[in-house]
Design a protein around this ligand. Structure first.
Ligand code: FAD
Length: 430
């Protein structure tokens, strides 16, 4: 008999909870990754760099496993079909994996667990992506928090009384089944081009994190960790990063708690995927002007901080958090374009795209989310520039033509747009 470990968004060998449990369950372990066409369909761009990132991670895992005469088994098909094939190839005792908390993944896993159960195969899922799951940090009456500050207080109390466990999966790889790999797909086989580019380093930088509180709001500074993509695909352990944050910066720790908070919100309130957290905000009569949306996407609004952010995103797949807030506010308030349009655009571009945090960030900016900015707070891009890019260093990097005649005039007047937004929101929310 064998056990299977199913890698998903936990593409690492160290401190991997589900992998650790699989390797210690007393049977040889077959490591598996599945390119699921239903997920790939959400990545229509053949040059999407996230596929290159994943492919590199899989290659690295395979290299590690080869040291133990094993290899990563990679499939391109729906999980239902793959587990059917695996079950006819191996006498499987159980499938191990790490829990994924997104609504679509929960449904998929329920389906897979049922199929396996019908074949007499167990399905075991472990907490790995977050420190506390949705029912661990709740109010005294068991209901979920919808405001961040009390949530984070409770989260920290819980952490103080629950030391973070360590799962040394990397020390148990000798339990992998000896396997030669007969198939490892090239990216082109699944419809993507390998991108010749680098990705943020997987580095816990103590100097950066110690200065984080001072530097994190200034987009021209290299003041944030850029670890988002690694948290997204699980190439670093959230437990290790949290311990590191505890040692070096409370402000940084808070940001990791925001990530956990939004994941909990998504779990408790899955309607946020489609709708506003606060129902009243679904009555805002968005203008949704397509050509204005296009100017926002391409960084041609005439507001240099907004344009710098959008160009950084388009070119690198990354945008600084401060600027994400500014461009999101600009789209929803200045242009009165539905936050879902912006959310979808970010989802198509961000290397660190995460449904929970992206949705949370957009609903925060549009005012419709839990614990969101009040609707009458409309960021002034110029004031934000004065505060956070006063010497125009960030703007000059991404909008070199700023100040010349080839740079467009502001597409909408700030004072006009601000009043229009407040009036529109006020009427809709009455
Ligand atoms: P750091 O500042 O170094 O923070 C470390 C980690 O903490 C991040 O990698 C991230 O995992 C977490 N984190 C930091 N800030 C937040 C936050 N506000 N909410 C949730 N988690 C946070 N974050 C994503 O991971 N994916 C997204 O798709 C995403 N979309 C966003 C959309 C909007 C409109 C806004 C306003 C924010 C969004 N964020 C998103 C949150 C935040 O902007 C990014 O996490 C951060 O900029 C990533 O850069 P970093 O890794 O250098 O972060």
């Amino acid at each position: 008999k064998v056990n299977i470990f199913w890698f998903r968004r936990d593409l690492r060998i160290d401190d991997n909870h589900g992998l650790f449990q699989a390797l210690n369950a007393g049977l040889p372990v077959v490591p598996v990754f599945i390119f699921d066409p239903a997920i790939l369909a959400q990545f229509p761009d053949p040059n999407d760099a996230r596929l290159t990132f994943i492919h590199r991670c899989l290659t690295d895992l395979d290299c590690e496993f080869r040291k133990f005469n094993s290899s990563l088994q990679v499939y391109v098909s729906s999980p239902e079909v793959v587990f059917g094939q695996l079950a006819s190839k191996y006498p499987i005792h159980s499938v191990f994996t790490n829990t994924d908390y997104e609504p679509a993944s929960i449904l998929r896993d329920q389906k897979v667990a049922q199929i396996l159960l019908n074949k007499g195969i167990g399905f075991h899922s472990f907490k790995d992506q977050i420190i506390f799951h949705q029912n661990e940090v709740v109010k005294a009456d068991g209901s979920p928090y919808t405001v961040f500050t009390p949530y984070s207080k409770k989260w920290k109390e819980k952490l103080a009384s629950h030391p973070i466990p360590v799962y040394e999966s990397e020390k148990h790889l000798y339990s992998l089944k000896h396997l030669s790999s007969d198939y490892f797909p090239e990216l082109t086989e699944i419809g993507y081009q390998l991108q010749d580019r680098s990705f943020p380093e997987k580095k816990f930088d103590s100097i950066l994190v110690e200065n984080y509180a001072k530097t994190r709001d200034f987009p021209a500074e290299n003041g944030t960790s850029k670890l988002g993509v690694h948290l997204r695909f699980g190439t670093i352990s959230i437990r290790k990063l949290t311990q590191f944050a505890q040692m070096h910066s409370e402000v940084f720790l808070n940001e990791l708690i925001w990530r956990n908070f939004y994941m909990d919100i998504l779990w408790h309130f899955p309607h946020v995927v489609e709708k506003s957290f606060k129902t009243a905000y679904d009555f805002i009569p968005w203008l949704n002007n397509e050509s204005e949306f296009e100017r926002w996407c391409t960084g041609q609004t005439g507001y240099p901080l907004v344009d710098a952010g959008m160009r950084e995103l388009n070119e690198t797949g990354y945008m600084h958090n401060r600027v994400r807030m500014v461009v999101a506010s600009f789209l929803t308030k200045h242009l009165l374009i539905d936050w879902r349009w912006g959310e979808a655009y970010f989802a198509s571009k961000l290397l660190d795209y995460e449904l929970a945090s992206n949705n949370g960030g957009w609903q925060w900016a549009s005012g419709s989310g839990c614990d969101a900015a009040p609707y009458f707070r409309v960021f002034s891009p110029d004031l934000q520039t004065k505060k956070f890019d006063h010497d125009f260093k960030y703007i000059r990097k991404w909008v070199p033509e700023y100040g010349t005649s080839s740079y467009p005039k502001p597409m909408v007047d700030h004072a006009f747009a601000r009043n229009r937004a407040i009036e529109t929101y006020r009427k809709a929310l009455k």
